[in-house]
Design a protein around this ligand. Structure first.
Ligand code: ATP
Length: 234
C-alpha cells in the first residue's frame, strides 16, 4: 500500500536519508525502529511531502506520490500524526477532533466518524468540552489519533506515540493502535520504544544512518541479538 524505494533526502548539504526501502501492505502494522537521528521522522515526512525526496520513489495506493503536494497525500488517505501531538491547547477536545475533518467535504461522514471516535475513545467523549491543553500526555496522544481518524485515513503514520508516557499509558496507546488497525486502517509506526512497538507489529524495519538495514517480523526482530542489544536493552 505504501512503498519507499531507495529514498534519499537532504536538509541543505546534510543527507538525512541515504536509501530507505520500506514496504507496508494493506492491513499491516509496520514499525520503523532506530536511534535518535537515524531518519525515522524524515521518512514519514517524505511520504507526507513535508520534505522533498531528492532521489528514489514513494508510492501510495498504487499512485506515485514522490512529487505530490501535502494536501494531495492527505486527500489520498495517508494521514500523519506528528511527534509531539500538536494539540490546539485552547480549543476543546471536540473542536480539536473537528479540525481533523477540515478537508473532508462530506460533513455527514465527519459527523459519523466523530461518533465512531467517541465510541473507540470514550475518555474523549467524557472530556469533549475540556480544553486540549489540560489533558494528560496520554489523553493528548489519544486526541491526536482521534483527530487523524476524523480525516478517514486508509493509512496512519504515527511518530513516537509513546513519547514521554508512563508504561501503563504506553500499553493503552498501543491497544488503541491495534484496535484502529483491526477496524481496517493500515499503520506505519515510528517508535524508540521498540519493545512496545514490536508487540503489536506484523513487521519492522531498522533504520541506521538514513539507511534501512534490517527487516523481519516482530517476533524475528525481538529474537535477533543485534536488535536486543541495540534497542531492547538486556
Ligand atoms: P528522532 O527520533 O530523534 O526524531 P529520527 O530517527 O526521527 O530521530 P530524523 O529526525 O529523521 O531522525 O533526523 C535525521 C537526520 O536529519 C538527523 O541527522 C537530523 O539532525 C537531521 N535533520 C532532521 N530535521 C532537520 C532539519 N529540519 N534541518 C536539518 N537537519 C535535519
Amino acid at each position: 500500500m505504501l512503498e519507499f524505494e531507495n529514498v534519499e533526502v537532504f536538509y541543505g548539504k546534510i543527507q538525512a536519508l541515504r536509501g530507505i526501502n520500506v514496504r507496508v501492505e494493506e492491513g499491516e502494522i509496520v514499525a520503523l525502529l532506530g536511534n535518535n537521528g537515524a531518519g525515522k521522522t524524515t521518512t514519514l515526512s517524505a511520504a507526507s511531502a513535508l520534505v522533498k525526496a531528492h532521489a528514489g520513489r514513494i508510492s501510495f495506493a498504487g499512485r506515485d506520490i514522490t512529487r505530490a503536494k501535502p494536501w494531495e497525500v492527505v486527500g489520498a488517505g495517508l494521514i500523519h500524526v506528528p511527534e509531539g501531538r500538536r494539540i490546539f491547547s485552547t480549543l476543546s477536545v471536540q473542536e480539536n477532533l473537528q479540525l481533523g475533518g477540515y478537508m473532508v467535504k462530506d460533513r455527514a461522514a465527519v459527523h459519523k466518524r466523530l461518533d465512531d471516535v467517541f465510541e473507540l475513545l470514550p475518555l474523549l467523549a467524557e472530556r469533549r468540552s475540556q480544553q486540549g491543553g489540560t489533558l494528560s500526555g496520554g489523553e493528548q496522544q489519544m486526541l491526536a489519533i482521534g483527530r487523524a481518524l476524523i480525516a478517514g485515513p486508509r493509512m496512519l503514520m504515527l511518530d513516537e506515540p509513546s513519547m514521554g508516557l508512563a508504561p501503563l499509558i504506553v500499553a493503552q496507546v498501543m491497544d488503541v493502535i491495534r484496535e484502529v488497525n483491526a477496524n481496517g486502517t493500515t499503520v506505519l509506526l515510528v517508535e524508540q520504544n521498540a519493545r512496545a512497538a514490536l508487540k503489536i507489529t506484523s513487521r519492522g524495519y531498522v533504520i541506521e544512518n538514513g539507511v534501512t538495514t534490517m527487516t523481519g517480523t516482530g517476533a524475528e526482530l525481538m529474537a535477533d541479538s543485534r536488535i536486543v542489544e541495540a534497542y531492547l536493552g538486556s
